[in-house]
Design a protein around this ligand. Structure first.
Ligand SMILES: [Zn+2]
Ligand SMILES: [Zn+2]
Length: 434
C-alpha cells in the first residue's frame, strides 16, 4: 500500500522542468542528531516531538489550502514575510486562477535543532503531495488538474528560552495571546483580543523554507511497483535504547520483558493486521480510533485515489515475521514506542476487470516498516485486556467513531491517545532516520 506509493514517489523524483531557483535537487538523506533534542529538552522540558510534528503538519496543510486566498491572513502570526510567498505557486496563480487541494503529508521529521543569540530554531523535513486545479477550466489552463510531489525543509523559530505550549494549544492554530480561534488581520492583529502578535514571542513561526524537490505525479505511478529497497537494511535502534527501557520501567513500575510481550500481542499485531485488512477492504471505519487524525487523512486520500482509477490494491495472506523494538520516548505529555515490523504478503493491484496490473498473487513480497505508537503520559489502562473493537473510554462497541474518531456513545475524542495507544506515524524502512 503506502509503501509502494512512497517508493514510487522516490523513483519519479526528478527535477521538474521550468523550476524557479528555490528548488534544489538534493536528496534528503541527512540524519538528525538526537543529542540536539536531548540538550534542547533540558532547556524546554515541555517540548514534545510528537506534538510539535503534529503542529507542523497542521500548519503545512493550512499553508497550501489557504495559499492565494483571503484566509491566508489567519496564518500571518506563524509565517515570516519571506515564507508568505512561494514562487512556483505564484507563477501558477499568475497564469490562471488555481485551487490547491488534497494536501497529503507522507512523512515529517526533525532535521536540526540550533540556536542563535536570540532565538531557538528547529528544521523539519516534509514530504508531501498536493493537487493544483484551475478554478475555471479554460483552453489556456489545459489539463484539468496536476498532482505534485514535494520535498521541503521548513525552519521554525521562536524567542530563545521560551517553554512549549501544552498540546491543547498546539493542536489548533489559535491566538497565542487569548486562545481564540485564529482570526488575524494581515498585520497580525487578533480579531478577538486586538493584540498584535509579534512572531516568535510566544509560539513557533516559520522563518525560512526551502523546496528540495518537486515532481509531477501520474496515475501510472500508483501501479508502478518498485523493488523493496530497505528490507535488508539493519534496524536503526536508538543508541540509548537500554536507558529508555529503564526509564519506561521506572515510570510505569513494570518489568519490561513482560510488558513488551503484551505490547506486541495486544497492540502491534492486531493494529497491523486490522489496518492492512482495512486497506484491502477499502474501509477505515473499524480502525478509525486506532490511528491519528493525520494518518487517517493520508490513508483516506490514497484509498480514494485508488478507487478513482478503479484500482484495487490487495494485501492477501499477510503474515508478521518479526517485531523489533526501536525506540521509546517519554516526554511531559506523551509516551511513544517505535517498532519495526517485518511482514510478507501477496501484494498486487487489480483493475476494474480483476486483471492484475501490478504485483503478484503467486509470489510473496517481504517488507518492513517503522511504526510509531503514542499515548498520553499517565494513562493507566492495562494493555492485557485491550480490545480494539471497543471504545477505550466507555467500553461500547467502536462502531460509531465517525471521521473524527469521537465515540458517539461517550463523546470522547479517541485519536489523540488520551485513553489508549494510537498509531501516529508509519515510516518506510528506507526513509527511517531514527
Ligand atoms: Zn487573541
Ligand atoms: Zn466511548
Amino acid at each position: 500500500m503506502l509503501i509502494l506509493i512512497i517508493c514510487v514517489l522516490y523513483i519519479v523524483w526528478a527535477i521538474y522542468r521550468n523550476q524557479p531557483t528555490i528548488i534544489i535537487n538534493k536528496s534528503p538523506v541527512d540524519y538528525f542528531d538526537e543529542k540536539q533534542l536531548i540538550v534542547f529538552k533540558e532547556r524546554d522540558p515541555n517540548f514534545s516531538r510528537i506534538v510539535f510534528l503534529d503542529f507542523v503538519h497542521l500548519l503545512y496543510v493550512k499553508y497550501y489550502s489557504y495559499y492565494g486566498k483571503k484566509d491566508f491572513d489567519y496564518l500571518t502570526p506563524y509565517l515570516s514575510d519571506t515564507v508568505q510567498h512561494d514562487k512556483t505557486l505564484d507563477l501558477l496563480i499568475g497564469q490562471q486562477v488555481i485551487i490547491i487541494s488534497e494536501i497529503v503529508i507522507n512523512s515529517v521529521r526533525l532535521f536540526s535543532i540550533t540556536r542563535t543569540a536570540d532565538e531557538d530554531r528547529i528544521g523539519v523535513e516534509i514530504e508531501s503531495n498536493y493537487t493544483v486545479h484551475p478554478a475555471f477550466h479554460t483552453e489556456a489552463s489545459g489539463k484539468q488538474h496536476t498532482r505534485y510531489a514535494r520535498s521541503e525543509r521548513w525552519f521554525f523559530q521562536r524567542k530563545k528560552s521560551l517553554q512549549s505550549l501544552p498540546p491543547e494549544k498546539m493542536q489548533a492554530l489559535s491566538c497565542p495571546s487569548c486562545g481564540a480561534a485564529a482570526h488575524f488581520t494581515d498585520a497580525g492583529e487578533c480579531k478577538s483580543c486586538k493584540t498584535v502578535i509579534i512572531k516568535g514571542q510566544q509560539q513557533w513561526y516559520v522563518k525560512d523554507r526551502v523546496v528540495l524537490n518537486q515532481s509531477v505525479l501520474n496515475s501510472g505511478d500508483l501501479v508502478a511497483y518498485a523493488e523493496e529497497q530497505g528490507t535488508n537494511l539493519p534496524t536503526l535502534s536508538s543508541p540509548t535504547l537500554l536507558q529508555e527501557i529503564a526509564a519506561f520501567e521506572k515510570q510505569r513500575t513494570i518489568v519490561w520483558s513482560d510488558y513488551w510481550n503484551t505490547f506486541k500481542q495486544q497492540i502491534v499485531q492486531p493494529y497491523f493486521l486490522e489496518l492492512n485488512a482495512a486497506w484491502t477492504n477499502h474501509n477505515l471505519t473499524k480502525v478509525r480510533h486506532l490511528i491519528s487524525d493525520r494518518l487517517y487523512d493520508a490513508n483516506s486520500f490514497w484509498m480514494e485515489l485508488y478507487s478513482h482509477y478503479r484500482f484495487n490494491n490487495r494485501l492477501d495472506d499477510l503474515k508478521i515475521q518479526d517485531i523489533q523494538l526501536v525506540k521509546i520516548e517519554l516526554d511531559k505529555y506523551y509516551e511513544t514506542i517505535t517498532v519495526r515490523v517485518f511482514a510478507s504478503c501477496f501484494d498486487y493491484t487489480e483493475d476494474s476487470n480483476k486483471k492484475i496490473i501490478a504485483g503478484s498473487n503467486k509470489k510473496r513480497r517481504a517488507y518492513s516498516e517503522y511504526w510509531t505508537f503514542a499515548r498520553r503520559a499517565g494513562v493507566e489502562q492495562n494493555e492485557t485486556g485491550f480490545d480494539l473493537n471497543s471504545c477505550p473510554q466507555c467500553g461500547a462497541h467502536a462502531d460509531k467513531m465517525g471521521q473524527s474518531a469521537i465515540c458517539e456513545y461517550c463523546g470522547s475524542k479517541i485519536s489523540t491517545g488520551q485513553f489508549s495507544w494510537v498509531l501516529f506515524l508509519i515510516t518506510q524502512d528506507e526513509n527511517y532516520r531514527g
